[in-house]
Design a protein. Structure first.
Length: 193
């Protein structure tokens, strides 16, 4: 946005955060260490939003070109050289919507992982079925010849004859309702005289 151009970032940091922000900023320049900081940033409408900031100073070892500035106090000197700039990236601190998006993405990744696992299990099942089918075919090829050698019986004798015994007779259809009277008459019919 245009309202940021040409202004120092400290102007947009919340007054309660600006002291800590400036201290961390200067310490990062002095030590050459990266900066990671959370602060409230002023929007154009005057409200504040929480930002997460990552940055690092650009330290130059070429002090000769800028040597005249160090004596006048313009320019920051670190232990290893002159800070020629500061690279900073900031983004809004993760909010509820960002957390929901992260959760959605995690679920999506888990879903993909589970789909792959299902595919693996299906492949394993197909392989197992193929192995069982081969074993069954090998077994069926061997069984008739072995049965013929041992007792001379045919293959039909090895399979059970389900038509040899008829199914049990169906009970007579009774349309009478189950009442106390019907129960008593059924029980009395079963008792010996």
């Amino acid at each position: 946005p245009r309202y940021l151009v040409g202004k120092f970032i400290g102007e947009f940091v919340h007054p309660e955060d600006s002291g800590i922000f400036m201290r961390e900023f200067n310490e990062s320049i002095a030590s050459g260490n990266p900066l990671r900081f959370f602060y409230r940033f002023k929007r154009e409408d005057g409200t504040y939003i929480i930002f997460e900031c990552d940055g690092h100073p650009h330290i130059s070892s070429d002090q000769g070109a800028y040597g005249h500035m160090s004596g006048s106090g313009q320019g920051a000197m670190s232990a290893s050289g002159l800070c020629r700039g500061f690279f900073m990236m900031a983004r809004p601190y993760p909010t509820k919507n960002a957390a929901l998006l992260d959760s959605f993405l995690e679920h999506k990744i888990e879903n993909e992982r589970l789909k792959k696992r299902i595919e693996e299990l299906k492949r394993e099942e197909v392989e197992e079925n193929q192995v069982q089918e081969r074993q069954w075919q090998e077994q069926s090829r061997r069984d008739p010849s072995e049965a013929g050698r041992v007792d001379g019986s045919s293959e039909h004798s090895k399979t059970p004859n389900y038509q040899g015994m008829p199914p049990p007779a169906k009970p007579p259809i009774s349309n009478t309702a189950l009442t106390r009277q019907n129960l008593d008459s059924a029980l009395s019919a079963q008792q010996p005289d």
